[in-house]
Design a protein around this ligand. Structure first.
Ligand SMILES: [Fe+2]
Ligand SMILES: [Fe+2]
Length: 208
């Protein structure tokens, strides 16, 4: 008679901490959890480096307080995106690269570096293209996980919604700054800077 307890699931024996049902169920449904996990590390590498680069871009929008404020929301929301997905890397048996240089190098989007000519229209173009890269990345994660890995999908689709908002913000600002065109994003401001209404992790010590 088997010692295995009735709640042992699939290929993971009762009490076996070397395997994860949360990964095996993905394999059974056709996703390689390791491939997904490594893609998530690349994606949050881009969120983390973009958060860093946006800090510098925002500083160089001095004198355009409306641009600064909107860039600040996008900047802080990238940090929220990083933090939302970090636990998923560990749940999928991975970890962050120990070397931050390796982490930055594998980011799935180019560095959002300050343009040589940091005129507002050039900074806004940099911001816009960074958002577009993020939309492509999180759309790919949604495609990989939809209907299979509900947890990753839920995270990715919430981030994707905010990235789509960010693109619209910078289209509005760049259209006016560069072309004098009204091209509304349908947006005003977040309630709090970097509110991340869909992607923020629950705050520690938050009262109910
Ligand atoms: Fe982001
Ligand atoms: Fe963004």
């Amino acid at each position: 008679m088997s010692n295995e307890k009735p709640h042992a699931t699939g290929t993971v024996a009762s009490g076996d901490t070397s395997k994860r049902v949360g990964m095996e169920t993905l394999r059974e449904r056709g996703i390689d959890p390791i491939e997904l996990r490594e893609k998530l590390i690349d994606a949050i590498g881009a969120e983390f480096t973009t958060y860093y680069y946006y800090t510098n871009l925002r500083m160089h929008l001095a004198g355009n307080e409306d641009y600064k404020e909107i860039t600040e929301d996008a900047r802080l929301e990238d940090r929220a995106h990083f933090e939302l997905v970090v636990p998923r890397v560990y749940e999928l048996g991975g970890q962050l690269p120990n070397d931050i240089r390796e982490f930055a190098d594998r980011a799935s989007c180019p560095d959002a570096a300050l343009p040589e000519d940091p005129a507002p229209e050039n900074v806004l173009t940099e911001l816009l293209e960074a958002e577009r890269c993020a939309i492509r990345t999180w759309s790919e994660v949604c495609d990989m996980t939809e209907g299979i890995d509900r947890r990753t999908y839920d995270m990715a689709q919430r981030i994707l919604q905010e990235e789509i908002e960010h693109e619209a913000w910078f289209i509005e600002l760049l259209s006016m700054e560069r072309d004098g065109n009204v091209n509304p994003a349908g947006h005003f401001i977040r309630g709090e800077p970097g509110d991340a209404p869909l992607s923020t992790n629950r705050r520690f010590n938050e009262s109910a």
